[in-house]
Design a binder for this molecule. Structure first.
Ligand code: MG
Length: 194
């Protein structure tokens, strides 16, 4: 039976470990290293010594994203989802600035998932995006965005991170420990990592 899931996948904090990349970048470029585990909000000016100008420069630097590592098994699970038609469509949906489009597309290509879905960048209103594109499952880590997406999607999978340690979640938001657990939602009868 064909899957009914149209899946939206956020990139930073979900697929790519951008926080670790930012910590390294911050140490090398600004001499302000920080422990990625201490990042309890995406507003880095609140939990690090970085100024808002430094954060702005950093997030507009394509090289920052090129060096990010994928979270364990992320690309593998996405490839399987596409190959085995565990979903009807995959969107990679990111709020990254347009200047990072080339670096982001190249990153998906390096990790062999560019063909698995369609990339949309500079999407600041993901709730509207999900509504317009019929996205009924979203994988998202930003707690504010998760709450909004829960109004539109059938369910939202939220990888647990230090910055989304929320106490109360809507009933259709499921915290997940990582990509193997995400895979379980799309292969409910069991699946094998190959
Ligand atoms: Mg994110």
């Amino acid at each position: 039976m064909a899957s009914k899931w149209v899946v939206g996948i956020d990139i930073d904090g979900v697929l790519a470990d951008t926080v670790t990349s930012m910590a390294v970048w911050s140490r090398i470029v600004y001499g302000k290293g920080f422990d990625p585990k201490s990042v309890t909000t995406w507003d880095l000016t609140e939990c690090t010594d970085l100024t808002s100008n430094e954060v702005e420069d950093m997030i507009n630097s394509p090289n920052l994203y090129s060096s990010a590592l994928p979270y364990h098994f992320g690309p593998d699970v996405i490839r399987l989802m596409a190959e085995r038609q565990a979903c009807t469509y995959i969107w990679f949906v990111s709020a990254r600035p347009t200047i990072t489009l080339g670096a982001t597309a190249a990153w998906l290509n390096w990790h062999h998932i560019a063909e698995a879905g369609t990339l949309k960048i500079d999407v600041t209103d993901k709730e509207n995006f999900a509504d317009q594109h019929g996205v009924n499952v979203f994988i998202e880590d930003n707690p504010q965005t998760v709450l909004k997406l829960a109004n539109i999607c059938e369910f939202v999978l939220m990888p647990t991170r230090p910055w989304n340690n929320m106490i109360k979640l809507p009933r259709n938001v499921y915290p997940v420990s990582g990509w193997l657990e995400i895979g379980d939602y799309f292969f409910p009868k069991g699946w094998q990592y190959i």
